[in-house]
Design a protein around this ligand. Structure first.
Ligand SMILES: Cc1ncc(COP(=O)(O)O)c(C=O)c1O
Length: 356
């Protein structure tokens, strides 16, 4: 097996892949593959319920929230959120921490007013902007991207402003403890820390739904999916099934509290090497360093390709940085074993010996 450092679709636990591939072949009790079953049948209904309950258990979701599994990726939440909760004459506050929040801002402007209340665009998003005193009363909600997959910055704690908060947790859901009650909407595309591409987790406070006069297409209305337990139409059964298995795997690791400790330990191994090794340097402000996407550079740009080749020789894949940042990005989501990070660290040390 290769050491999979891709940013997403990304590594899944080996155990989950084994369970999923078995079920794709045959679920013994049903005599059918999980891919062949009706979404109205008892097996899949149970999968849907279990997926919802496991997400609730992992994040201690309060009773006044619903957990949904939708389609259209996190990108569809960029417009579903404002379409459902931002009135034509209302204003939302957005923190701009890179490509994904920029896209969210663009979509929100289709439905109401947007103030970008903080941005780190002046330094290619390599830090988290400080939020000055904002007039929270003016805003319908504040939108923030928890982990900036491309740049490698991450909020490590919950924001706590006196305004409704909406958070994109596509690349760090279930990686750390959080207080769900601080947010009205939490959303995350599955394909980084939760499962395969094809479903999007949405955790939504029930009281925020159905508050606007605006007509909303049935499929884009959160109320539809709440009423029908995410099965108004045919849900993406297999991605939800694999997400359920991955959430159960997180439970077995000790839940998100244990996961966070493991992630801190894994990230420290790599950041320590980046800081120690004179060939490499980290991209982002130290206090903003992501535990999920570690971005770094090599001092001599002419060595980028040869370092990637060396990684390739050691079965390390997916390390090339995003085109807007360059250098390297090691995505080390929940499922990444520490042993794979150790392989990368060993390669960095070897490279130092031959090029330092
Ligand atoms: C933080 C963040 N938000 C949103 C997206 C978009 O997700 P999707 O491809 O599921 O639409 C991504 C994808 O990488 C992301 O990293």
């Amino acid at each position: 097996m290769k050491h999979n450092f891709y940013a997403g679709p990304a590594i899944l636990p080996r155990e989950v892949l084994d369970q999923a591939s078995k079920a794709a072949h045959l679920v013994e009790s049903e005599g059918l593959s999980v891919l062949e079953m009706s979404h109205r049948g008892s097996f899949i209904s149970n999968v849907m319920d279990t997926a919802v309950q496991t997400a609730k258990d992992l994040l201690q979701v309060p009773d006044d929230y619903e957990v949904l599994f939708l389609t259209g990726g996190a990108s569809s939440q960029f417009y579903m959120v404002p379409m459902n909760i931002l009135g034509d004459n209302q204003t939302a506050a957005y923190i701009d921490t890179g490509v994904w929040s920029t896209k969210a801002i663009k979509e929100a402007k289709l439905f109401g007013h947007v103030d970008t209340v903080a941005s780190s665009s002046d330094q290619n998003f390599n830090y988290l902007p400080t939020l000055g005193d904002i007039e929270t009363k003016k805003y319908r909600y504040l939108h923030v991207t928890s982990n900036n997959t491309i740049y490698g910055t991450q909020y490590h704690t919950d924001l706590d402003l006196d305004v409704r908060q909406v958070i994109d947790m596509s690349s760090d859901i279930f990686s750390r403890t959080m207080d769900v009650s601080k947010y009205d909407i939490i959303y995350a595309g599955a394909q980084k820390n939760m499962g395969p591409a094809g479903t999007t987790l949405v955790i939504i406070k029930k009281s925020i739904v159905d508050q606007l006069d605006r007509p909303i297409p049935t499929m884009l209305n959160y109320a539809t999916h709440i009423k029908k337990n995410s099965s108004f139409n045919t849900p993406p059964v297999f991605p939800i099934y694999v997400s359920m298995l991955t959430m159960q795997w997180v439970q077995k690791q000790g839940g998100v509290t244990a996961m966070q400790k493991i992630n801190e330990d894994k990230a420290a191994l790599l950041y320590d090497e980046i800081d120690r090794n004179p060939l490499f340097s980290g991209n982002v402000a130290t206090d903003a360093r992501s535990l999920m996407n570690v971005t770094f550079q090599i001092s001599d740009q002419s060595l980028v390709e040869s370092f990637l080749q060396k990684c390739d020789q050691h079965d390390i894949v997916g390390l090339k940085g995003h085109r807007s940042v360059g250098g390297f990005r090691a995505s080390i989501y929940n499922a990444m074993p520490k042993s794979s990070i150790q392989v990368l660290v060993d390669v960095m040390q070897d490279f130092e010996k031959s090029h330092g």
